[in-house]
Write a protein that binds this ligand. Structure first.
Ligand SMILES: [Fe+2]
Ligand SMILES: [Fe+2]
Length: 166
């Protein structure tokens, strides 16, 4: 990201990144990193791709991309795995609407970003964009997390920090 793009990006989303509740995502683990960092990565890529494609609604799309996973685990207490995959988009929308006015396209982006896990078909091309970017970013983060985990475990055994009983 160039300095100019970075400045544009942060001025577009700084009210969200400074939001007290949104900052709680810094303490939520998501694909081996924080949910804050995951959301920021999805939003940055969305911004860059939308800019490259000269999309008219790149600002609204970027802001919705940042809000797509705006929930803390406590919001979905008692829910795990598959169920959480389906319910967190609506929780993210509920939290987002508490602080921000969102248009129909932005609401579509947040509630349908999990397609096809949720059978909620995206209505806007901007929703398709964020949904695809979220999947690419999530795959990258999970692979990177697993790779570093396996390398870490391998090194523990290699340097005999952990020994198997004989
Ligand atoms: Fe999500
Ligand atoms: Fe996500």
């Amino acid at each position: 990201m160039t300095k100019k793009s970075k400045d544009e990006f942060y001025s577009l989303v700084e009210d969200i990144t400074n939001n007290q509740k949104f900052n709680k995502l810094n303490k939520e683990i998501h694909h081996g990193i924080s949910r804050f960092d995951h959301s920021l990565r999805v939003a940055k890529w969305t911004y860059l791709v939308a800019k490259c494609l000269h999309m008219k609604k790149k600002e609204e799309t970027t802001r919705a991309a940042l809000l797509h996973d705006f929930y803390i685990d406590k919001d979905l207490e008692g829910q795990r795995g598959i169920k959480k995959l389906g319910t967190h988009p609506n929780m993210a929308l509920q939290n987002s609407l508490e602080y921000y006015a969102l248009n129909a396209m932005q609401q579509d982006i947040i509630t349908k970003h999990m397609f096809p896990c949720t059978l909620n078909l995206p209505k806007y091309k901007e929703t398709w964009l964020v949904s695809v970017i979220d999947k690419i970013v999530s795959t990258y983060e999970m692979l990177r997390f697993k790779a570093s985990l396996y390398i870490g475990i391998y090194l523990l055994f290699m340097f005999e920090i952990i020994r198997l009983p004989r």
